[in-house]
Write a protein that binds this ligand. Sequence first.
Ligand code: ZN
Length: 410
Amino acid sequence: MKRTGLFLLACTLAFTVMAQRADYNIIPLPREVTTDTTQLQRIASGMGIAYDSSNAEVSRTAQFLQQWVKEATGIQLQLTPDDKKAQVKLLLNPKFKAPEASQTASEAYTISVGKKGIELTAAEPAGLFRAAQTLRKSMPVLKDGAEAVELPYVQIADQPRFSYRGVLLDCGRHFFSVEFVKQFLDAMALHGCNQFHWHLSEDQGWRFEVKALPDLAKKGSVRQKSIIAPAKVRLYDNIPYGGYYTQEECRDVVRYAAERYINVVPEIDMPGHMQSALHVFPNLGCTGGPYVVAPHWGVMREVLCGGNPETLTFLKTVFGELCDVFPSPYIHIGGDECPKERWKNCPKCQAKIKELGLTDESKVAVEGGDRRRHRNVLARNEGRRRSCQAETSRHYESQRLLLHRPSAAC
Ligand SMILES: [Zn+2]
């Protein structure tokens, strides 16, 4: 008896270690979760994932799910597209109805864990991807792996509440490798985000390769030192710091993001925050420079000159290549923190103000009489929408200085 008791105890302990349980209490919490914890399904190594292998997007999601379950639990599911008895099924059903008829309907999905196994259903591949992420997040993370995971029966119905779920990464002040950017995109996808706002230019560094202006990234990306103390102390490390993304790398990031249903919104911040560009092209500033790539943080008084026609040529070149590389429907033009001190004292800017009959620098807008000739720098990329910092709505006129297009808001 004693030996049998020990054996049973060992079996119980072993089962406790081997079989871990899924938990649907995840972030973001799905819209509807109805759980029956009295009944369980299991997944274990060797079980299959069925899916429509003729659909490339669904096939990719099946591979993602296989990889995610393996990473979290050590369980090796098999890709078995034609196995109708597979434990996990990715079901693309055009008749599937989203809980709400809104812009996010294509991302809606359901997950059913019950007698028939684990079924993920959506009308669109994007919905199946969201479903797979939810199943992934419900899995326990097991350092030493497990032989099986138990899933309480559940009915999940989910759909994102907001269509634009974005995160900004500032690569202007701090350069991050493409490898890191991809990890960042993975983290975004894990949390259901779908818009990657990529901040690609700053006073402290220019990060986007412009082929027609090769020095812009080569020289504009490098600051000679970085501040290492509170701003007033002005203590620097005296170590050159730089880095930029080639257009090929940017296209690679766009592809990687798209595979995770994330759009990349590129940002070139203007007309302020342009000191790195002014370092390379001092003729675009009101004083003519020289300028350095900023080694410290803050709001710089050096901004693009609005009275210089070369500024418009520069912006057309930059945004033209930016739009070629990034298919995003949104192109971000920054627009924050632009002191007007230089414009007040610049003969070119003042001449333009006089020419246009404007009253002060906040209304410097060369679109005026030249509206037809000065087309929006994004005009050749029809269908693109400008996006800008919220602050810009307070002084959007200064954006018109460089965009040459009337707009009540960005
Ligand atoms: Zn000027």
